[in-house]
Design a protein around this ligand. Structure first.
Ligand code: SAM
Length: 255
């Protein structure tokens, strides 16, 4: 895959939640043709989980680079890191082969890729930049516990980080709430679920060999693990408890 200018296409590739079997066929095609891959690393020189997922698919001779993105709210520092990574992607693509930035889950859901995508466009408006969507972590969590993320006409709310003081308020907005980065907030989420009469389940490392889940959220409070997601559901008029069919969209799945 070569862009109009003879430089390689720059892809942002969502590599899914952890199980290499959950890479998409498109992701594997892009990775097999890549001349270089850039992976986010949790700290300078650290291992990249995304890289461990895709390694079996990288062709011999594929250059592997890692980039560290600081955990900071300081916009200037973050922007400098995104610009540096975007400039590296452009330099690698100049060699002519496709280049891939790999990211966990989906590439356009709470992912560094959305910022890199914008940074590449800013630095090189004519660059050929594409995105390969991936299986989200929340999809893998729902699959692990055998519970829907949402059904019928129910809205779904995704909360990306520290929940509000009364997380239960969110269940007033939508009967299904997904809390990401939930490992540090399990006691507060357990309290919110109890007060709201909602079902809550915490899932960690979904789709990986050490996947686990619990409805006793406080049991994992001390672990504060990053790869933890909480799914909450408050039964309402859309969710009959008597086994009858929920109100559903008649066009659902028939389109
Ligand atoms: C920055 S978000 C990345 C979201 C990702 N782009 C996606 O599409 O799912 C990181 C959060 O995703 C969740 N996460 C990622 N992988 C996970 C997994 N295998 N199991 C459970 N939660 C996971 C955790 O809540 C983690 O704190």
């Amino acid at each position: 895959m070569s862009g109009a200018t003879g430089t390689g296409v720059i892809h942002g590739v969502g590599v899914g939640p952890g199980d290499p079997g959950l890479l998409t066929v498109r992701a594997v095609e892009v990775l097999r043709s890549a001349g270089a891959v850039l992976a986010p690393a949790p700290h300078r020189g650290g291992d990249s989980l995304a890289l461990s997922i895709v390694r079996p698919y990288l062709p011999a001779g594929c250059e592997v680079h890692t980039a560290h993105f600081p955990m900071t709210e300081r916009r200037g520092e973050l922007r400098a890191a995104w610009d540096e990574a975007a400039a590296l992607l452009l330099r690698l693509a100049a060699a002519g082969a496709p280049v891939a930035f790999i990211t966990l889950g989906d590439a356009m859901l709470y992912s560094t890729w959305s910022y890199l995508h914008a940074a590449v466009r800013r630095l090189a408006p004519d660059a050929d930049v594409r995105t390969v969507p991936g299986v989200t972590a929340m999809s893998a969590c729902a699959a692990a516990v055998g519970r829907p993320l949402a059904e019928g006409r129910e809205p779904l709310l995704v909360w990306p980080d520290e929940p509000p003081a009364d997380a239960g308020e969110l269940l007033g907005l939508a009967p299904n709430v997904v809390f990401m980065k939930a490992g540090r907030h399990l006691p507060a989420l357990a309290t919110a679920a109890q007060r709201s009469g909602a079902d809550a389940v915490a899932v960690r490392r979904a789709s990986r060999p050490d996947e686990a889940w619990t409805t006793e959220l406080r049991e994992w409070a001390a672990d504060r693990e990053y790869f933890t997601t909480v799914l909450m559901h408050r039964a309402g008029e859309d969710t009959p408890t008597d086994g009858s069919a929920p109100a559903s969209d008649p066009e659902e799945e028939h389109a």
